[in-house]
Design a protein around this ligand. Structure first.
Ligand SMILES: Cc1cc2nc3c(=O)[nH]c(=O)nc-3n(C[C@H](O)[C@H](O)[C@H](O)COP(=O)(O)O)c2cc1C
Length: 325
């Protein structure tokens, strides 16, 4: 399949693995790239720029296909060493960066000077247009269904994607709720030129996370996610668990007086305990509604191959069949 996204990134299939904290290590990024998609290492999971440089080297040993790095700009009083991370990306010869979380304008010149393609992930048409106006090469349009941070507008992809298509000139991929060939064809129909998957890629053999996390995703239905931190305007879609119940109870009790410090036990630094140690109730962790569509733990290659087979069959048979009638 050839789209502006496959052309832009030099990949075989229009499928991207979104950056994921404590999931997007070299193993997963390389597996996705080896299977013909675009794998992404998550920069901030690496504690230092030196550690990111090492992770980039590890990925390069595992694949000779293009892969990228996700750089998430967090609201933070003591920001991470972004210049250092960017130096590691540039010196590591990485050719694609997924930015997210905030406007990447400040960092674009150095990335562009290094010949790096930038895809900005955002949750609204206005932020997509902003990304286009500052020179991003593509956007990843993250609908309300998505795992992680859906923003505060709550517009699901059935509306958000065609709205993005109405306004954008640069290519975009659909993100949030994407699981299989049906998702890909739907995304293409709505104007996207590919799809970005997060949660789906966690439930794969190569995802370097504890088996409990994969099993939790397979066991979950589309009814099992919750939105947390909405009162802090930092909404995150997470899988319901004991910590999330506690967190939501605090939100109810404290109302608009709630501060980040009140919920730090449920959200601060919990990812290693969940993703690596498999302590499933240690805190709130991002998970999309798409969990309801995830019933197995294939290899990344099986997942991508069957997604492409299914998409091609839907286009060539199911949809063409309607036309022939
Ligand atoms: C466990 C997890 C961690 C994530 N961490 C990040 C992150 O650090 N930075 C980021 O930009 N997006 C992050 N995301 C969002 C994904 O990159 C992607 O946009 C989202 O998962 C798409 O929705 P889906 O889960 O329905 O596929 C995370 C998602 C999950 C499920």
């Amino acid at each position: 399949m050839k789209t502006r996204i496959t052309e832009l990134f030099g990949i075989e299939h229009p499928i991207i693995q979104g950056g994921m904290h404590y999931v997007g290590f070299a193993e997963l990024a390389a597996a996705v790239s080896n299977a013909g998609g675009l794998g992404l290492i998550t920069a901030l999971t690496q504690r230092t720029p030196e550690a990111l440089a090492n992770e980039i080297r590890r990925a390069r040993e595992m694949t000779d296909k293009p892969f990228g790095v996700n750089l998430t700009f967090l609201p933070s009083l003591t920001p991470p060493d972004y210049p250092g991370y960017i130096r590691a990306i540039v010196e590591g010869g990485v050719k694609v960066v997924e930015t997210a979380g905030n406007n990447p304008q400040k960092w674009l010149p150095v990335l562009k000077d290094a010949g790096i393609k930038v895809i900005h992930k955002c949750t609204s048409v206005r932020h997509s247009l902003k990304a286009q106006s500052i020179g991003c090469d593509a956007v990843s349009v993250d609908g309300f269904e998505c795992g992680g941070h859906p923003g505060e507008d709550d517009v699901p992809n059935f509306i958000l994607l065609p709205r993005a298509a109405e306004e954008l000139e640069i290519p975009f991929v659909a993100s949030g709720g994407m699981a299989d060939g049906r998702s890909l064809v739907a995304a293409l129909s709505l104007g996207a030129e590919g799809m970005n998957m997060g949660t789906r890629f966690i439930a794969t053999k190569e995802a370097p996370v504890h088996e409990h996390v994969k099993q939790a995703i397979v066991a979950a239905t589309e009814l099992d996610t919750r939105l947390v931190m909405r009162p802090l305007r930092n909404t995150e879609r997470v899988l319901k668990n004991a910590a999330v119940d506690r967190l939501l109870e605090k939100e109810r009790a404290l109302g608009s007086k709630i501060k980040f410090e009140d919920i730090v036990a449920e959200v601060g630094g919990v990812y290693p305990r969940i993703m690596q140690d498999g302590e499933m109730d240690a805190g709130a962790w991002s998970c999309g509604m798409v969990a309801g569509l995830i019933h197995d733990i294939p290899t990344v290659k099986e997942l991508i191959d069957r997604t492409m087979r299914e998409a091609e069959s839907i286009i060539a048979r199911r949809l063409a069949g309607f036309m022939a009638a």
